[in-house]
Design a protein around this ligand. Structure first.
Ligand code: ATR
Length: 262
């Protein structure tokens, strides 16, 4: 029997993960089955347990279960501990291991675009789970300063206060979305505004060279504004591919080349 993998979420129909993992496997000559699992909102832990009892090898976790997956693990990577969320599970020596590959997926996607991260100043819009997952990998990739701007200022301040002890060398700061100002190399939209089709207004006093939208496949006022300014921009499909590649590398010990899939 082929090795079994799956992604668990609710809803799950929209997931592109099976297609990605099957195409990585095909390209690298690795046979695998990767399916979608719809877990009931109150039945996530049982669903994970059953998957591994049935000799499943690796699981990806998507909305809304990443925090629950974090809580289930016996062993966590450093980046998963900082993210407080897990999107990749596997069993080793009888213990459930968890990692979070989202942030490194973003870094890999940005580097595949040849956008510079070393010594960069970065503005991240939003202070939810998506932001929490990417700050540490961006710092590891050489970001010099990261400002987190949020509609609710106190949430950005709380996130900076939470992350700073784990990243004592990093220059982190918080501000309100209504206080956006200054010069940045890169702006990342990690709000859920694009998902809900809401507009995000960037003031003209805010200057930047690169714009990354974490969402993909939807119209984004953030990307529209980047385009109008003539700034290099990208939507989040590359990040999706990047996080899948990171998970694939953990499970199979071999890394597909991101540039062949974006
Ligand atoms: P995720 O886990 O995807 O980050 P989340 O934790 O619900 O989701 O966070 C959503 C983020 O998008 C928050 O930072 C939210 O701002 P608030 O903390 O002020 O709610 C931000 N957000 C959502 N809709 C927005 C909008 N229309 N304009 C600006 N920010 C928005």
């Amino acid at each position: 029997m082929r090795k079994q993998f799956a992604v668990i979420g609710n809803p799950i129909e929209q997931s592109r993960s099976p297609d990605l993992h099957h195409s990585f496997g095909q390209r690298l000559g690795i046979e695998l089955d990767y399916s979608k699992r719809l877990a009931p909102l109150d039945g996530f832990a049982e669903n994970v347990e059953q998957f591994f009892l049935d000799h499943g090898v690796g699981l990806n976790i998507t909305v809304p279960f990443k925090e629950q997956a974090f809580a289930l693990c016996n062993v966590l990577t450093e980046r998963a501990k900082i993210a407080k969320a897990v999107n990749t599970l596997w069993v080793e020596n009888g213990k459930l291991h968890g990692d979070n590959t989202d942030g490194q997926g973003l870094v890999d996607a940005i580097q595949a675009l040849d956008w510079p991260l070393a010594n960069s100043t970065i503005l991240i819009l939003g202070a939810g789970g998506a932001t929490r997952g990417v700050v540490y990998p961006l710092c590891m990739a050489g970001a010099q300063k990261i400002v987190i701007a949020n509609r609710t200022l106190s949430r950005a301040q709380q996130l900076v206060a939470d992350l700073q002890p784990a990243l004592p060398e990093a220059q982190l700061a918080a501000c309100g979305l209504d206080q956006l100002d200054g010069q940045f190399d890169l702006v990342i939209n990690a709000t859920s505004a694009s998902l809900s089709g809401e507009a995000l207004q960037l003031p003209n006093t805010l200057q930047f060279n690169y714009a990354y939208e974490m969402a993909y496949g939807k119209p984004s006022s953030f990307l529209q504004q980047a385009q109008q300014r003539g700034v290099a921009h990208s939507e989040g499909y590359g990040m999706l591919v990047g996080q899948a590649i990171e998970a694939f590398a953990i499970w199979h010990g071999i890394r597909p080349d991101i540039k062949q899939f974006i």
